[in-house]
Design a binder for this molecule. Structure first.
Ligand SMILES: O=C(O)CCC(=O)C(=O)O
Ligand SMILES: [Fe+2]
Length: 221
């Protein structure tokens, strides 16, 4: 029995025939989901894998070099506000239309994760959106929730870090706030984070080094 979003569901784990990676991927998917159920924030170390993490990081570096990153805003389409005192990262949306093999590999992985999540937790996710994010040295993102007040389509937040050799003095931790405790998570390479977008208030602490990630939301409706 597995509890997702306060709903108890039976979660059979059938073998997926024909894919040699399937059992291994399912283990990582379950690591992310089970740690989310236990601690409100799910963490898995090897969802992306070193090769995909390094390719996505190379994409992000090249977007930076060609001035394609845009200042991130807060709020959604109708009311995006750019307030550098609140957040000062830069972003670029991933899209299958780019025909980039690494972005497509990433989307294939997310499709499998969503399929697994919907099958084992009846979450009813119907879409997603993901962007690259670069936090330059000295940047941060103040305390916030990811679900918009005027739009509840964002159900789960996912963040995947692309930072090799991250040291404690580099800062840039993801700080999770709950009523009972505060948890700081270092943005180390390949680590994936998963939590409910309406539930957890969080922030990105000041980073002392450029900090890279892919961040996104699993959506309904
Ligand atoms: O990069 C992180 O650790 C968190 C980013 C975040 O909170 C967001 O983009 O909404
Ligand atoms: Fe956030």
């Amino acid at each position: 029995m597995r509890y997702c979003s306060q709903i108890a569901v039976y979660s059979p784990e059938p073998e997926i025939a024909g894919s040699i990676n399937a059992p291994c991927l399912q283990t990582v998917f379950n690591e992310l989901i089970d740690s989310y159920i236990e601690n409100k924030v799910g963490i898995a170390e090897n969802l992306l894998g070193a090769s995909l993490a390094s390719s996505l990081k190379a994409n992000l570096m090249s977007l930076l070099a060609t001035n394609q990153l845009l200042p991130a805003g807060t709020g959604n389409d109708s009311a995006v506000v750019h307030n550098k005192l609140y957040r000062n990262d830069s972003i670029y949306w991933l899209d299958r239309k780019h025909n980039d093999p690494h972005e497509n590999e990433f989307f294939d992985l997310m499709d499998q994760f969503v399929e697994h999540l919907n099958r084992t937790c009846y979450t009813g996710i119907t879409g997603y959106e993901f962007h690259y994010a670069l936090y330059p040295t000295g940047s941060f993102y103040k305390k916030h929730f990811d679900q918009f007040r005027n739009d509840s389509s964002r159900q789960y937040s996912m963040i995947m870090y692309l930072n090799t050799d991250w040291a404690p003095e580099d800062g840039g931790e993801l700080r999770i706030h709950t009523l009972d405790y505060q948890q700081d998570i270092a943005p180390t390479n390949g680590k994936s984070i998963f939590f409910k977008s309406s539930e957890l208030e969080h922030e990105v602490l000041l980073t002392n080094r450029p900090r890279m990630s892919v961040t996104g939301w699993l959506k309904v409706g």
